[in-house]
Design a protein around this ligand. Structure first.
Ligand SMILES: Cc1cc2nc3c(=O)[nH]c(=O)nc-3n(C[C@H](O)[C@H](O)[C@H](O)COP(=O)(O)OP(=O)(O)OC[C@H]3O[C@@H](n4cnc5c(N)ncnc54)[C@H](O)[C@@H]3O)c2cc1C
Length: 666
């Protein structure tokens, strides 16, 4: 078998993986990336609406800064996130968005003077500052206090991925395309690389590295209908799970996006509502203000998706051969706006629905969209259990999204976390020697070879495609937007049966090289395990938090459930994961749990909340009015960053406004 050595191995050539690879290569490390597909076709390219960074350039972003972005992110997460990580992220997002401009992203810019926008269904004219002319613009997105989402029309992921991939090419970073990592090489304590299979020749290869970063994206395709690319199948999470040691975090936290088109499930960006689009029911009635008078269509995604589902259950859905749906109305934005800022949406509507969204309403329904859960890491991106194993981007539970990700915070996470974690990965590689344990390599490659031999051994057995379809249907029916105990029990029981059956898959086509059936068979048994971590986590969590909505436990229960679910699979013969919990410590939080500002306000309070609020008030009073925001931060919730990322961010109106924390400008 071919052994390939490198310092920094990155599995995944989406935005997150490439950004880590660039950080390694820029430090002079030998770096190599694996990908199922050419880098520029990675799922990141599909992102439409934009990335959040508190630049505060537009009038509607005036007063924005890291504090506001941090608070929106924590509230968006329904207090499920790691607040230290949310702080690291909010601090570095402005740096990342500017770096992307430097690398060639053609951000939409501010034009000084009057600008016509739609706010709450009305056309209003805002005035953009003369000093902001030519600076990076931002649009509104759900769950945010300010207009903060930087964008390139509605092709933001495409332009980001092209810029980042071109940067990787300019640094001569090799990407081994059409290669699938299927096993992590480890000794229970330390990760040494992966065993991968070439999807063209079928050859197995060992990639041996000082650090291995899993950046394989989300696991959306364990559901039947998803906005995700078909390669988002959760194999990266399964790789970690199958080590038996590494843990996955909050796998039950699965986001449903409010506006995917019916029936195919392709996304229309949140930018549609951010720019002023409305949701209407079968009577043409704009219903969101009835449920969410303050944020209306721009509450966070978990809230809007639930309200839409609730409204359809009351009989206000539009009947269609594909089940009920609602309408997204962007006609009020006008043709010019749609053809410049939402042109991908227009093309999607024309090509997949045969309608012109400047004239007609778009049929939409909430659809699986994002994986908040993933490979649990420390703030440095490293697995707490396996030294040298890192994870980043949607594959990871770093964990800045908790139980609900805000729109625009994922693209931002890929390049921000890629920048931060890339730096820690490089530090790690500089401090470590390359360890080559050939016995260990043989053990894992033999296991994979044996698995392939079994699948190809002929005879009667299960069909991989059938099992996958059954798993996807189960997840859709029983582990969806609203969940309850009896249905989750059904999901777990039937997924366990599918897992047993998946151990007896036999291929009809037994070719060892390019063979889609073999690819499917190797993936589906891993996907079912991932699906079980979602279903079991959801069944065990007897509360509602963010995207995890239990009809039988409708309250957020901070008293008992302010925790992160950890899932591991210590014994390969087990039929369910082992769950444990990492408690979130209110006494360490900068923002103790409270009301999000939208959605239901019926949480069961944590006993420490009031105590922590008092403690923070005492700290602020003790430091006095002259304290800098850095002193305050240090006293309330300090956080680490690589040194080059620590300097304060600057904004064009810094000179004219207060620099104290109270002034919300830093
Ligand atoms: C339609 C759509 C629109 C979106 N719009 C926005 C938006 O406007 N703003 C926002 O913030 N977020 C948005 N998101 C979310 C965001 O795009 C993703 O979360 C993000 O791009 C994920 O990037 P990533 O680098 O983590 O993974 P990906 O881009 O998914 O890349 C994964 C990589 O891993 C590789 N890979 C996978 N498995 C293996 C394996 N076993 N072996 C080798 N390689 C492997 C793949 O080939 C790929 O290169 C959107 C998502 C969707 C679905």
């Amino acid at each position: 078998m071919k052994l390939i050595y490198t310092d920094s191995l990155v599995v995944g050539a989406g935005l997150a993986g490439l950004r880590v690879a660039i950080a390694s290569k820029e430090r002079g490390l030998d770096t190599l990336v694996l990908s199922l597909i050419p880098a520029k076709r990675s799922h990141s390219a599909a992102a439409q609406g934009g990335m959040q960074a508190s630049l505060g350039n537009t009038t509607k972003g005036d007063g924005d800064n890291e504090d506001v972005h941090f608070q929106d992110t924590v509230k968006g997460s329904d207090w499920g996130c790691d607040q230290t990580v949310a702080r690291m992220f909010a601090h570095c997002a402005p740096k990342a968005v500017r770096q992307m401009a430097n690398w060639g992203v053609p951000w939409t810019r501010v034009t000084a003077g009057p600008r016509e926008v739609v706010v709450n269904a009305e056309r209003v004219t805002i005035e953009e500052a003369k000093e902001a002319h030519g600076l990076i613009n931002a649009r509104d997105f759900g769950g945010t206090k300010k207009w903060r989402t930087c964008y390139t029309a509605d092709g933001t992921g495409h332009s980001l991925l092209y810029a980042v991939d071109n940067k990787a090419i300019s640094l001569d970073i090799p990407v081994h395309e059409r290669v699938e990592a299927l096993k992590i090489i480890h000794d229970g304590k330390r990760c040494h690389g992966v065993i991968a299979r070439c999807l063209i020749t079928g050859e197995l290869r060992a990639y041996i590295a000082k650090s291995t970063t899993i950046a394989t994206g989300g696991y959306g395709r364990i559901y039947e209908v998803s906005t995700n690319a078909i390669i988002c199948e959760g194999v990266g999470q399964a790789l970690a799970l199958e080590t038996g040691v590494a843990t996955l975090g909050n796998m039950e936290a699965v986001q449903f996006h409010p506006t995917a088109i019916v029936p195919v499930g392709i996304l229309t960006t949140e930018g549609c509502r951010g720019d002023g689009g409305l949701l209407r029911d079968c009577n043409g009635h704009r219903f969101m203000p009835d449920y969410e008078p303050e944020k209306k269509e721009l509450a966070s995604r978990d809230v809007v998706s639930r309200r839409m589902t609730e409204h359809m259950r009351k009989g206000f859905g539009v009947d269609s051969p594909y089940g009920p749906h609602l309408w997204l109305d962007i006609t009020l934005l006008g043709r010019k706006h749609i053809e410049t800022n939402l042109r991908e949406v227009k093309e999607i509507c024309e090509n997949f629905l045969g309608i012109d969204p400047a004239d007609e309403w778009i049929p939409v329904r909430p659809t699986q969209h994002y994986s908040m859960g993933g490979i649990r890491t420390k703030p440095t991106g490293e697995s707490p259990q396996l030294q040298g194993l890192f994870s980043v981007g949607e594959a990871a539970c770093w964990d800045m999204h908790g139980f609900n990700r805000l729109g625009g915070n994922s693209l931002a996470e890929t390049v921000v976390a890629g920048m931060i974690i890339g730096s820690y990965v490089a530090d790690f590689c500089e401090q470590q020697d390359l360890v080559v344990d050939t016995q260990l390599v043989s053990k894992f490659s033999n296991e994979l070879q044996h698995e392939i031999d079994e699948l190809c051994s002929g005879g009667d057995g299960e069909n991989a495609f059938t099992l996958k379809a059954q798993m996807q249907r189960l997840m859709m029916d029983y582990v969806g937007i609203f969940r309850n105990g009896p249905e989750l029990e059904v999901a777990v029981t039937e997924l366990k049966e599918l897992l047993v059956r998946s151990r007896n898959i036999k291929l009809k086509c037994t070719k060892r090289h390019a063979n889609p059936e073999l690819v499917e068979a190797l993936r589906v048994r891993r996907m079912i395990k991932v699906a079980l971590t979602v279903a079991c986590g959801a069944l065990a969590r007897t509360e509602s938090r963010g995207a995890h909505a239990r009809e039988d436990y409708p309250q957020r229960n901070d008293k008992e459930w302010l925790s992160r679910t950890l899932a591991s699979w210590p014994n390969s013969e087990d039929l369910t994961p082992t769950l444990s919990y990492e408690m979130l410590d209110v006494m360490q939080m900068e923002l103790p749990p409270g009301y999000r500002g939208y959605g239901a306000d019926n949480a069961i309070a944590h006993p420490d909340t009031a105590k922590r609020q008092d403690e923070i008030a005492t700290i602020i009073a003790g430091l006095g009015d002259d304290a800098s925001r850095e002193q305050l931060q240090q006293a309330i919730m300090p956080f680490e960053l690589p040194e080059h990322l620590r300097p304060a961010n600057q904004r064009f109106h810094d000179q004219t406004k207060s620099t104290s924390k109270g002034g919300k400008n830093s």
